[in-house]
Design a protein around this ligand. Structure first.
Ligand code: ARG
Length: 719
């Protein structure tokens, strides 16, 4: 391997200097090896590799981090100010909202530091350093200390991360965590040292009529007119160390923040995105794509549709429910629509046909190399898939219905312990488990839970699951036997009479807990049946996953060899990546072409006061009428809103900085386009676009609508 490297390198240099592709969520630590900087410079980059990623001095990567659990954010002032998407801040905005303080509807603008809202549970995570640990893991596999499957298991990866942290210079450093992740299906391993800040406060959010303008109708679509941004701030102790919320904490002084360019952009301009793409599967076989369509996307679409129909009605009928279910509805709908779009795009973009071609080419490559392993691997994957698809379908339908769709249930394990205590007449244990039960009760009946809404969801989903004709969990027998198949009556009995149905029932039971009450409790039986079947299905999925992991390790290695010297990027796995491309329009279909940017005119065109998704706030209309856009206007006087680039992003990149050739911030990435929703499994150079909120729209809304000039003054703005 070593010896070949020089040749490969030479060939690589020659080959890619000619090529031009925007595909690739590249690893910063592989930039040199993959000749990315040369390529980026060719496309317009004015920086050096060390400006992007440098383990020993401040670089752009120090201004980019994980926002919350699944988004990206960037630092835009020397005082820890974070820019991310509105839909990334959504959970926090909702958390702070009530019918009285409805920040979802009205927006939120902190006028002073004291007004910035502590948001417990919200974290911001920086990447400190990245280390290649491939040879360490390979050594363990080679001397049989671990199997390939183990090397890909969280148990192993977490253990290795713990050990590496202990042996590193970061041991004991506040807030630093280690993470080990496989890349290229286990052909590479990297160790990440992360620094996690846990006092993050809410600073600014536009009203949803700007931050989520277009709602679900426009989601995953271009042309777009959404001000999808929100702002937060990192606080730390006086030494700049991560610390839980404290009044004494101060805004974090970060070593690096992004400058902001309001000079504007043109078609063809260089653009790059740094962030944390969650997951892609670009190395699947045709059979796996078919399975994804039929056994994952299809049941997901079906179950979510049924639940969303209920939620939508209930949310429209009550402001309280609307706020409670805002986040749940948005996240359900997001990948419901994505699944629909993906199935359509796979067909329209002929993704399966492309994979067949790839497989034919790979067969030829394997034959030429005389490599048996490569020659057989696709057929072996196909075989596993043929066998496992029914389980995949069942698992998806079951999870979407009972694990994610219906929230109500009872902690049956706590109930089992309580039974033991009751039998033993152990007063202390009865009391202890009773309190545990109260806690579990509070977890289910939380601030964002409405028992009546959940009851309606349960009725719809129990019925749908039965219609799907799949293997039934045990409680369906009870429905047949005791309720003559009447699902509604069974659900009502469970939601009315079970111990955990309401506080009254709970306290009545706890006054005199009996075995009989637990044994006949419908929610206890429901939860037990649910978890038993879930565990059974999951167990069936383990050998399938293990076989596929091994086969994919071979297949991905083979494909990379086949495509060499052109480099392939590893699949996304929520680690730090860079993608580079250009600002570019596209043609979604014959005879139709889309501009690369939108303006406020489009917001006004879409306005529909009768549709909550397309309401335009009064203040915005006034500013539009007065054309009061300040320095954020285009040269023709219009106000830019969104634009598109060819950058390769996916979920998790939301909130990522979109930067120009100088590394200055020009926007925040927030979505992908409908015609390329097959992009997670196959990148389409002609059609895939990254949808970005123009930084000038962000600053305009912040300043003119939010009155937050003080925040603008913190930033470094390049005019
Ligand atoms: N599609 C966007 C993403 O996955 C989320 C947009 C959220 N907006 C919405 N209307 N649900 O990043």
């Amino acid at each position: 391997m070593r010896k070949q490297r020089f040749y490969v390198t030479m060939m690589l240099a020659c080959a890619i200097l000619g090529a031009r592709a925007d595909e690739g969520m590249w690893l910063l630590q592989m930039m040199e090896e993959q000749y990315l900087v040369e390529q980026m410079k060719k496309q317009g980059l004015q920086l050096e590799a060390a400006d992007l990623y440098n383990a020993s001095a401040p670089s752009i990567k120090d201004a980019v981090g994980i926002f919350g659990g699944g988004c990206t954010g960037e630092i835009i002032s020397p005082e820890g100010l974070i820019l991310t998407n509105h839909h990334c801040g959504y959970g926090a905005i909702q958390q702070h909202s009530s019918v009285e303080h409805d920040y979802l509807t009205d927006g939120f603008w902190a006028m002073t530091r004291a007004e910035e809202l502590p948001t417990p549970g919200l974290e911001f995570t920086f990447v400190e350093k990245i280390v290649d640990v491939t040879s360490k893991v390979n050594a363990l596999i080679e001397n049989d200390s671990i199997s390939v499957n183990e090397s890909l298991s969280y148990a192993f990866l977490d253990k290795m991360a713990r050990e590496e942290l202990q042996q590193s210079e970061y041991d004991g450093v506040p807030g630093v965590e280690a993470l080990v992740r496989p890349f290229y299906a286990g052909n590479r391993y990297y160790l990440f040292f992360l620094k996690v800040y846990s006092d993050v406060r809410m600073v600014a959010a536009p009203p949803s009529s700007i931050g989520k303008f277009g709602g679900e109708t426009d989601n995953w679509m271009w042309p777009r007119h959404t001000g999808d941004f929100s702002m937060f701030r990192i606080y730390a102790d006086s030494l700049g160390n991560p610390s839980l919320y404290s009044e004494d904490n101060v805004p974090l002084k970060t070593p690096k923040h992004l400058s902001i360019s309001i000079r504007g952009l043109q078609e063809g301009d260089y653009a790059m995105v740094m962030g944390f793409p969650g997951s892609t599967q670009r190395f699947l076989t045709r059979s796996e794509i078919q399975e994804r369509m039929d056994c994952q996307n299809t049941p997901r679409i079906q179950v979510r549709e049924a639940r969303q129909e209920v939620l939508k009605k209930e949310m429209a009928a009550s402001d309280k429910v609307r706020i409670q279910y805002a986040g749940k509805y948005a996240s359900s709908s997001n990948y419901w629509k994505n699944s629909i779009g993906m199935n359509k795009a796979i067909v329209d973009n002929k993704v399966r046909e492309a994979k067949s071609e790839q497989e034919a080419r790979f067969a030829q490559f394997a034959a030429e190399k005389g490599n048996e392993e490569y020659a057989n691997v696709v057929a072996q994957i196909d075989e596993v898939i043929a066998e496992s698809s029914p389980v995949t379908y069942l698992r998806m339908a079951f999870t979407e219905t009972f694990m994610m769709g219906i929230e109500f249930g009872a902690p049956y394990k706590v109930m089992d312990s309580l039974k033991v205590a009751i039998k033993a007449k152990d007063k202390e244990a009865i009391e202890r488990w009773g309190n545990q039960l109260r806690q579990s009760y509070a977890q289910i009946h939380n601030k964002d839970y409405d028992h009546e809404v959940d009851r309606k969801v349960a009725k719809a989903l129990f019925a749908l699951y039965k219609e799907m004709g799949l293997e039934l969990p045990a409680f369906y027998e009870t429905i047949e036997k005791d309720y003559k198949g009447d699902i509604d009556r069974y659900v009502d009995a469970m939601y009315d009479n079970s111990i955990t149905a309401n506080e009254q029932n709970l306290e009545k039971f706890l006054k005199k807990p009996t075995l009989k009450a637990i044994d006949k409790d419908l929610a206890v039986a429901f939860s037990r049946g649910k978890w038993e079947m879930y565990n059974e299905i999951s167990a069936k999925a383990v050998p399938v996953r293990e076989k596929l992991q091994q086969l994919h390790k071979t297949y991905v290695r083979g494909l990379c060899e086949m495509y060499a010297p052109a480099p392939k990027a590893p699949d996304a796995n929520f680690t730090l990546r860079l993608t580079y491309g250009t600002v570019k329009p596209y043609s979604p279909k014959n005879g139709v072409s889309y501009d690369y940017y939108t303006t406020l005119e489009g917001v006004m065109e879409k306005e529909d006061a009768t549709n909550p998704e397309f309401v335009v706030p009064e203040k915005l209309k006034q500013l539009y009428a007065a054309k009061d856009y300040g320095r954020y206007a285009l040269s023709d006087g219009r106000l830019p809103v969104n634009f598109i680039t060819t950058n390769d992003i996916t979920g998790g990149n939301s909130g990522s900085p979109v930067m120009n050739a100088h590394g200055e911030l020009i926007g925040s990435a927030f979505d992908g386009n409908w015609e390329s929703l097959s992009g997670d499994i196959n990148f389409d150079n002609d059609k895939q676009r990254c949808i970005v909120v123009d930084i000038r729209y962000v600053l305009f809304v912040l300043e003119k609508l939010g009155g937050c000039k003080h925040l603008i003054d913190e930033m470094t703005i390049v005019e």
